[in-house]
Design a protein. Structure first.
Length: 256
């Protein structure tokens, strides 16, 4: 398996149909992917194993988590596949453009690709964990794709773009960009967002007790950082800025 494929994790959030889980595993292996992750899934039944066909290894080796935070903790970038779009959903890309970006990042970093429930997709709080959203064009009278079909379309698009470029082990990104650097994990970013929120409150950038502006600002910052990630050096630099701001504010308050 190409290194970037090994870094790309297909995360099924709350799948309710065992058959969809098995068919998704098969679709992944058809396109050369093997990292499957299940969040609060239905039981893996005989039907799931039957529809997985020759991808039982993908199904049986799938990670299972009880919440999304655990599933994406060690991932550098989290992307979602969703039909609904809107201004509050961060950077939205058609699947072909999003695939190129994810391939470039996955060469050096773990990437989580989220697929929502069969009936309700991804919830808003799950979308907020995503740095970017991929959309699949579909017919307006029947826009919602079956879960396993969505997995196949996205897996195919990812695989196709690399085959067109000649496989991707040339040191260049799939879209002609330099390869990404190693990025910090989603868990490390979550801790930083907590620290940044405290620093902004000290600066009174976020009005005390006014939750709406705070939520909006933090959501936008998460989308902004989450779509590209941070290197370890960049994260340490931002922590240093927060520390310096807090120190200067402490000195100012002591004098006044």
């Amino acid at each position: 398996m190409s290194a970037w494929k090994d870094n790309l994790h297909f995360v099924l959030v709350g799948p309710r149909e065992p058959g969809n889980i098995g068919a998704s595993a098969r679709a992944m292996k058809n396109m050369g992917f093997k990292k499957l992750c299940l969040v609060k899934p239905a039981a893996v039944t005989a039907e799931a194993k039957r529809l997985a066909c020759n991808a039982l290894d993908v199904l049986e080796n799938a990670e299972v988590h009880q919440n999304l935070s655990a599933a994406v903790r060690d991932k550098a970038i989290v992307a979602g596949v969703a039909r609904r779009t809107g201004r509050r959903r961060g950077l939205i890309l058609p699947v072909e453009k999003g695939a190129s970006r994810l391939i470039d990042i996955a060469r050096d970093n773990k990437v989580a690709l989220l697929f929502g429930r069969e009936d309700r997709g991804l919830f808003n709080e799950e979308i907020e964990e995503c740095g970017l959203i991929l959309t699949v064009p579909s017919y307006e009278e029947q826009p919602s794709l079956n879960l396993s079909h969505a997995v196949m379309v996205v897996a195919y698009e990812l695989s196709r773009r690399v085959h067109r470029a000649g496989d991707g082990n040339t040191g260049k990104g799939s879209a002609g960009f330099p390869p990404h650097q190693k990025l910090v994990s989603h868990d490390e970013l979550s801790h930083f967002y907590e620290r940044l929120s405290k620093t902004m409150k000290l600066l009174e950038y976020i009005p005390e007790g006014n939750r709406d502006p705070e939520d909006k600002i933090m959501k936008n910052l998460k989308f902004f950082i989450g779509r590209a990630g941070l290197t370890d050096w960049e994260l340490k630099m931002l922590y240093g800025i927060c520390s310096q701001v807090e120190r200067k504010l402490g000195e100012y308050n002591a004098r006044n």
